[in-house]
Design a protein around this ligand. Structure first.
Ligand SMILES: Nc1nc2c(ncn2[C@@H]2O[C@H](COP(=O)(O)OP(=O)(O)O)[C@@H](O)[C@H]2O)c(=O)[nH]1
Ligand SMILES: [Mg+2]
Length: 1574
């Protein structure tokens, strides 16, 4: 598919119809179809489709077939490549491969192919639509080519005047009359009333007009081919359609007499071909020209007639006669006759003799023109005259079809009339006036809060906010002015072409209008800049700004109408759609209004969202930005690169940033991975004149940070002329880049050095670049100091920078002196190279996932918000970053839990293994096993650690989760993995130790138990013998048995109780290890300590250290510590374990942590620490003692034996009566051996199961990340509306959270019998295993069933235990007891066991279903689900040093703590010293203000809030992103102000009135926004 086909297939036009009309003129059809353009005829080729980014943009190979020539030409023309006309011929050799098999009609011609350049131009102008025509003419004019004035149509008799097409050309020049004053004229060239000289030829003319004109118009240096002529091409190709074309070219003086050929501007028209074939054109030219030069060798009769019919104009005729050799005389006669007939003055005949060379002759011509120019002062050609003449002569004019739009535009512009532009703007474009600017200033005030105010900070902030609201309301009240209304209505026309015409007309008319008005001001401004009077400059600058009025102001107003509209009428809501259409058509959209330093965010979002919708919600953007000093050629660069139309001019005074959206075509979409290329052009940066103004640096920094933050590629444009300027711009850019690294954005950066004719291999160049890098490094250091990022030391820390690849030298734009200088081919080609390189880099380098419009908007919002703060890095907040971070936290939590689960399951197995070691295998073997297991544990954790790190690495390689934004957190998470391992390892190791201890205790108990079992069994047998002798009833037997039993077990010894209090005290000593506190601990008897409540006294604080101590606060803190310790103790004691020293160690560490956290304004002393710890140890020693005793009693041999008493009795009686007791024995076996083991198994793993269940239930989100947890818990608080809960949440955060989680677990477990289901699942698992074990045990190794004898029972039972060795701990003692004197044979026993097992299963299932105390069950578990969940959401447990908001950062080991919302400090008990009123201020506000704080950390000294990081370097407390962000807590404070005051023993806070208006809904919304919940 050729390019043309592609374009056309979209524009889908009825080709057949076209062909029909084409048949009329074979020549045209012929040419068009050879060029593959027939589908575009007439006027169907649009600029828009040429702007799309496609493969051709990357491909720079010359055209290889005829059909490619037009595209190649257009592409080069749009890139203002002055060589574009030379592509019309194909290279001679390639042709064979091409079209070899094609049976195309024109193949034959293709083989010696090429096209006449003029034909090509005519063909393209015929095919181009009005806007592309304008663009082509503009670019041709920049290349200093002649442009079409009269364009021939299909048949030569008809042609059109190209007024419209030429309207876009605006030129500056300095006529000699202004040389002195240094003034200049800038005007649309077709409106400028420049005298026109026409050049035509008769049929016989051998002198080339074009060549002659080129000679006349060039001077000195090499001549430039303004007009195409034969000698320019390798092979002359005959013109097919260009005859009858009239081209025009304007000569413009630069104001230097020795350089200028003519002192005033002159226009030259050149009629192509024999004039008699284009009489319409000829007569037009004659009538509008100052003079017409007719080139001829001789005059034919018919020609003479024609000429004489223009006798009225004879004074304007010049005959240029070329004397040829041979036949000369007759020819001269014909000339002579004509002269006579026309009665031409003598001077009007210019003859070229054979001896004269061309250059000499051109001088003659030039003189004639000059003379004529001087003599005619009057009738200069005017546009109106041309228009008139053309219509008179029946020529069409390309403007006629846009008449209506022209009138409409004129109407609007006319209304401006003579009134001053500032006044007009004030009246008719009011929204962008003072209010709009004030809004922006107010916002900055809100962000900085550095103005002095009597009011409290919060009150002041609310007031500013109020003011903002007022302005917004005021803005909304403005009516739409008549002009604006008409503007919008005209844009709303259904016909796109009409809209475009109107828009263009508006632009042309407005430009013309303000050109007139501004010229003087600009000249004045230049003058003043020299004086360096800052005041005056500022004033003039302001006037300039106010006096400029362009289409952009109307567009801006349109946006603001939408921005401030409060109700959305249909008309208003259509505005974004309209603008979106225009954006899609390639119109620039104002992103940042630099005049007001404000962004109409609502508008921009609405428009871009509309665009997003239009492209089917797939809008991957590649954003390319250019930054550089004013007038350094940025816009020119972008225009040259992409063929767009950013306004270019040295005198513009707009500021801000504009965007153009270029669509990426299908063929490149996948390769590039983008749908749009967005160009951002910045204006008004570091303009030299404005640099003297005080706030310009800040303004520039804002702009630069903002646009660089938005870009994927940033081009820093420098024109090498001014070193200081360049330094400034580099500084600004480096600063912005630095900020972006912190934020997580890393744009690619290119430095473009303009006006350098660079030969890159040059060693000087390398030295230059080295110097640039040095400079960049230096600037990086300065910037990193300013932003307090000491780790960044050189530029390469900021960006990936390659001296070779990221520097581009671009030669100067103009080849010679403007206005007559053409564009330098070197410029165009280097720029094309640059573009190609850029696109290729993008293609090969798809690192992060592309931004789509919604995210782009997100960036706009957050960047813009942040640049307004003084400290960018510190204030930056972006929901994309937050989301990315949150996602990672979620993933990380998931991995962490998997890690833990893996270790837990290993631990459980190991526990079983330890407990199952043979009692007789010797303690040293046990120790060996445990230390082996510990080694295994290390390997295991290391493996898991590696796996987790791998996962993290993989995560960071993902392309769909904006991982680039959270790059800087990577280290944090890696560290967190390490600290996770450091936490788990030791804790599992102590667990193993504890099991070893348990095993030892068990062994002791079991040995005692065994001793007595043997004794009892002997006694039973003896008693049996005795009793057998007499006939006794069961009662009697029982009595005998009882007697025997109590005698046998009379002396069973228990296990020895440890000195728990001693252990606890020992741990306390260890805790104080390095401090000399022995004396204090010497005489303490823990038994007595901690029995009454702990009260803090004056003795506990050092008076002289703290300024004032609030004993109340200290008491509350102390109570909290004690409460959370008791909580911990309760948790521990409930488990059926034995006391272990690690418990005490943990507890004391916990207390220490609490101390660290206590950075309240009171300083406690060692006595406090000792007293408090002792108090806690006292409580602990009693609790632990109880725990120990409970443990011992469970293990107690006496109790254990007691369990089997009934069994022995039954055995005794059964034996006595010789009854079959097979089933009973089997039941007992299941009851005493299997059941406890099964129950143990279930409860051992139930904890993990519960956590898993909760993490996968529909409430799982609450635990997915810390911030979501905070959100849920705070939301619930708001809904519950219970003051006590708030007090608890704020004051006893940890306890509150634990309770919350525990309650949640209870709920979850009750819900639909979840707990019993979980247990049941486990039961099924283990029963399956037991059944399998029974099956295996009932067979011999060879698979045969066990022999049915008594001995086999032992083997069978033994086999079961062996088989379940890994999963269950079956008590050996119980087993032996069951087997005592078993009489039956094996097979019945096996069957009975199976039956008993089934019964057990049903029984347990029923038991599970019965509502049981979930609370008890959960508390008894070894892996406590509440603790696991708590670990997950509690995080590091740090609280904001100012307001006590808990940290939500992910991982365990993050560098910075942060919380999404902070609270008024009064909620954390903070009060004013004198008034005792609670403090209403938020720390997020304080950190922006100039206030100071003082606490025990600052040793009572006042320290500025802004520099809080000096004391709390690990806290990140950015200012609130919006004033609504902390609505939640403001609402709570207002609502419970009195209650809090009472609770805290203070007076209620003074809250700003605005806070009182916050509703519950607002509070919830604020909460959602803060946590990015949609
Ligand atoms: N001499 C010279 N003039 C240039 C060059 N590039 C642009 N210009 C001219 O400088 C003026 C300002 O260019 P423009 O692109 O609007 O600069 P911007 O303000 O950076 O966007 C225009 O008149 C350009 O024609 C260049 O490389 N050399
Ligand atoms: Mg510009």
């Amino acid at each position: 598919m050729t390019r043309a086909d592609r374009i056309l297939s979209r524009d889908a036009s009825p080709q057949r119809q076209l062909r029909g009309s084409l048949r009329q003129s074979a020549g045209l059809f012929n040419t068009l179809s050879r060029l593959g353009l027939e589908k575009f005829y007439p006027n169907k080729l649009t600029l828009r489709c040429l702007l799309e980014i496609n493969k051709d943009n990357i491909n720079t190979n010359p055209a290889s077939s005829l059909k490619e020539i037009p595209w190649y030409f257009l592409k080069n023309l749009l890139q203002i490549n002055a060589e574009c006309r030379s592509c019309v011929q194909l290279p001679a050799n390639d042709e064979e491969d091409d079209d070899l098999f094609s049976l195309d009609l024109y193949t034959e011609e293709d083989t010696h192919s090429g096209v006449n350049a003029l034909d090509l131009i005519v063909a393209l102008f015929l095919c181009a639509d009005s806007f592309l025509q304008q663009e082509m003419a503009l670019r041709m004019s920049m290349c200093q080519f002649s442009v079409p004035l009269l364009l021939p149509h299909s048949n030569n008799s008809q042609c059109s005047l190209m007024l419209w097409a030429l309207r876009g050309i605006v030129k500056e020049w300095r006529p000699h009359s202004l040389t002195e004053s240094k003034g200049f004229i800038e005007d649309t060239i077709v409106e400028a009333n420049i005298p026109l000289f026409s050049f035509v030829r008769l049929k016989n003319s051998s002198l080339s007009k074009s060549q002659m004109l080129n000679l006349v118009l060039s001077r000195g240096q090499q001549s430039h081919n303004i007009f195409m002529h034969k000698d320019m091409e390798d092979r002359a190709i005959k013109k097919e359609i260009a005859n009858g074309l009239v081209e025009v070219f304007w000569y413009l003086p630069c104001g230097r007499e020795n350089m200028d050929i003519f002192p005033e501007p002159v226009a030259f028209a050149n009629l192509r071909g024999d004039f008699s074939e284009s009489l319409a054109q000829f007569s037009f030219l004659v009538q509008v020209s100052t003079a017409t030069f007719v080139f001829l060798d001789k005059v034919e009769e018919k020609e003479q007639e024609t000429l004489s019919s223009f006798k009225d104009f004879r004074r304007n005729f010049f005959l240029v006669v070329n004397r040829k050799e041979g036949g000369e005389k007759e020819d001269m006669m014909s000339v002579q006759r004509t002269i006579e007939k026309l009665d031409l003055p003598k001077n009007n005949v210019i003859r070229k003799n054979k001896t004269e060379n061309r250059t000499y002759f051109s001088k003659k011509l030039s003189t004639a023109i000059k003379t004529s120019l001087e003599s005619t002062t009057t009738d200069k050609m005017t546009t109106d005259l041309m228009y008139e003449k053309a219509t008179e002569l029946g020529l069409s004019v390309d403007e006629s079809k846009s008449d209506e739009e022209k009138k409409a535009a004129e109407e609007i512009v006319k209304e401006i009339g003579e009134q001053s532009i500032p006044k007009y703007k004030k009246l008719h474009l009011p929204l962008q006036g003072e209010n709009w600017k004030r809004l922006s200033k107010l916002e900055i005030k809100v962000c900085r809060l550095n103005e002095y105010s009597d009011l409290g900070t919060e009150e002041y902030k609310s007031q500013l906010q109020e003011e903002k609201t007022q302005i917004t309301e005021e803005q909304a009240r403005h009516n739409i002015s008549k002009g604006m209304k008409s503007f919008i209505d005209n844009l709303f026309t259904g016909d796109k072409e009409k809209r475009d015409f109107f828009f263009k007309w508006m632009k042309l008319k407005l430009d013309a209008h303000s050109r007139e008005k501004l010229l003087q001001l600009r000249n004045q401004f230049k003058e003043q800049c020299k004086t360096k009077d800052a005041e005056l400059i500022k004033e003039l600058d302001q006037t300039l700004l106010e006096s400029s009025l362009g289409i952009e102001h109307f567009m801006r107003e349109m946006g603001l109408i939408y921005e401030f509209s409060q109700e959305t009428t249909e008309e208003i809501s259509r505005l974004p759609q309209l603008a979106a259409e225009m954006v899609m058509d390639g119109h620039p959209l104002e992103l940042l209004d630099g005049d007001a330093s404000n962004i109409p965010e609502k508008w921009v979002s609405a428009v871009l969202n509309e665009v997003h919708k239009k492209v089917g919600n797939r809008s991957r953007l590649l954003v390319l930005t250019v930054l550089g000093v004013q007038s350094s050629g940025k816009s020119t660069l972008l225009n040259t690169m992409f063929g767009v139309q950013f306004p270019v001019s040295s005198g513009r005074c707009t500021r801000g940033a504009y965007m153009i959206f270029l669509r990426v075509q299908e063929d490149l979409k996948n390769e590039l991975n983008y749908d749009f290329l967005v160009l951002i052009d910045t204006e008004g940066l570091k303009s030299a004149d404005l640099a003297q103004l005080e706030d310009s640096y800040e303004h520039d920094n804002q702009l630069a940070t903002f646009v660089i933050g938005l870009s994927d590629i940033a081009i820093i444009n420098t024109a090498m002329e001014n070193v200081t300027e360049m330094k400034d711009i580099l500084q600004i850019a480096v600063h912005a880049f630095l900020r972006m690294t912190h934020v997580g954005k890393k744009p690619a950066c290119h430095f473009v050095h303009q006006n350098v004719a660079g030969v890159s291999a040059d060693s000087k160049c390398i030295a230059e670049r080295k110097r640039l890098l040095d400079q960049l490094n230096e600037m990086t250091q300065i910037a990193s100091e300013m932003e307090k990022l000491p780790t960044i030391k050189q530029f390469t820390d900021v960006l990936d920078y390659d001296m070779e690849k990221n520097n581009w030298n671009i030669p100067g734009l103009w080849h010679g002196t403007p206005p007559m200088a053409p564009v330098n081919t070197g410029y165009s080609e280097t720029v094309a190279d640059f573009k190609k390189n850029l696109l290729e880099t993008i293609k090969s380098n798809k690192t992060s996932e592309p931004t789509q419009i919604p995210e782009f908007l997100e960036w706009i919002t957050s960047l813009w918000r942040t640049v307004k703060y003084e400290n960018f890095i510190f204030s930056f907040r972006n929901t994309l970053v937050a989301h990315a971070y949150d996602n990672l936290c979620k993933a990380f939590n998931q991995w962490e839990w998997e890690f833990r689960k893996e270790i837990y399951s290993w631990q459980q197995q190991t526990e079983v293994e330890i407990l199952n070691i043979h009692n007789d295998s010797g303690v040293e073997n046990w120790n060996k096993l445990v230390s082996e297991k510990k080694k295994e544990l290390s390997t295991k954790t290391q493996n898991e650690q590696m796996k987790m790190k791998e996962k993290l690495n993989e995560y960071y390689k993902r392309k769909d989760r904006h991982v680039n934004l959270i790059e800087k957190y990577k280290v944090d998470f890696f560290n967190s993995i390490n600290s996770l391992v450091n936490e788990i390892g030791p804790s599992v190791r102590t667990k193993l130790d504890r099991f070893l201890e348990l095993k030892v205790s068990q062994k002791k108990a079991q040995e005692i138990q065994r001793k007595y079992r043997v004794l009892i069994e002997e006694n039973v047998m003896r008693l049996l013998c005795v009793c057998k002798m007499s006939n006794l009833s069961e009662d009697q037997l029982t009595k005998e048995f009882e007697k025997m039993w109590s005698e046998s077990t009379a002396n069973v010894s228990g296990l020895e109780e440890r000195d728990i209090a001693g252990c606890v005290l020992m741990q306390l000593r260890k805790n104080f290890s390095n401090r000399n506190v022995n004396q204090e601990l010497q005489n303490t008897d823990l038994k007595q300590v901690g029995r009454s409540p702990f009260t803090v006294t004056e003795e506990h604080v050092d008076r002289f250290k703290a300024k004032s101590v609030d004993m109340n606060n200290l008491q509350i803190f102390t109570d909290n510590v004690i409460e959370s310790c008791t909580e911990y103790l309760t948790g521990k004691v409930k488990t059926p374990e034995d006391y272990h020293d690690s418990f005490m160690k943990d507890l004391l560490e916990k207390v220490d942590k609490n101390f660290q956290q206590n950075n309240q304004e009171c300083e406690t002393n060692t006595k406090y620490e000792i007293d408090l710890k002792l108090h806690i140890c006292g409580i602990a020693s009693r609790e632990f003692l109880e725990m120990h005793q409970k443990f011992l009693s469970n293990l107690n041999p006496q109790t254990q034996l007691e369990k089997y008493k009934l069994g022995y009795l039954s055995d005794f009686i059964d034996l006595y009566k010789e009854r079959d007791h097979c089933q009973r024995k089997a039941n007992d076996y299941i009851e005493f051996c299997i059941r406890p083991a099964v129950e143990d198994f279930i409860s051992r793993s139930l904890g993990v199961d519960i956590v898993d269940e909760i993490l996968t239930s529909h409430h799982s989100a609450e635990y997915s990340s810390r911030s979501f947890f905070q959100y849920s818990i705070q939301k619930e608080l708001l809904e519950k509306d219970d003051f006590e809960c708030f007090v608890k949440y704020i004051g006893k955060y940890e306890i509150y959270v634990k309770n919350w989680i525990f309650q949640h677990i209870q709920q979850q477990m009750t819900y639909e019998n979840t707990l019993s289901k979980l247990k049941n699942n486990k039961l099924q698992v283990i029963i399956k295993k037991v059944t399998a074990a029974i099956e295996v045990a009932s067979r011999q190794p060879d698979g045969a069933t066990l022999p049915n004898n008594n001995e086999s029972i032992k083997r069978f039972v033994h086999g079961i235990r062996e088989n379940l060795n890994k999963d269950l701990t079956i008590s050996v003692e119980a087993e032996k007891t069951i087997l005592f004197q078993i009489q039956s044979t094996c097979h019945p026993f096996i069957n009975s066991v199976k039956m008993a097992l089934e019964n057990l299963t049903t029984e347990l299932q029923e038991l599970f279903l019965k509502s049981e105390d979930i609370n008890e069950t959960v508390r008894k578990l070894t892996v406590k689900p509440q603790d696991e969940l708590f670990k997950r959401v509690f995080g590091c447990g740090k609280q904001c040093p100012f307001c006590k908001a808990p940290c939500e950062a992910g991982g365990k080991d993050h560098k910075l703590h942060s919380a999404a919302i902070h609270r008024p400090k009064g909620l954390g008990r903070c009060r004013h010293d004198e008034t005792k009123k609670l403090v209403e201020r938020l720390c997020t506000t304080d950190v922006q203000s100039d206030r100071s704080f003082c606490s025990s950390d600052t040793k009572g000294q006042f320290h500025p809030y802004k520099e809080y990081t000096t004391y709390y370097p690990d806290w990140q407390i950015p200012p609130d992103p919006t004033i609504e962000a902390s609505d939640y807590w403001k609402y709570i404070l207002v609502k419970y102000n009195d209650q809090f005051a009472e609770e805290y023993g203070a007076k209620p806070a003074d809250v700003p009135d605005a806070w009182k208006k916050i509703s519950k809904e607002d509070a919830l919304k604020g909460l959602k926004d803060a946590f990015n919940i949609k």
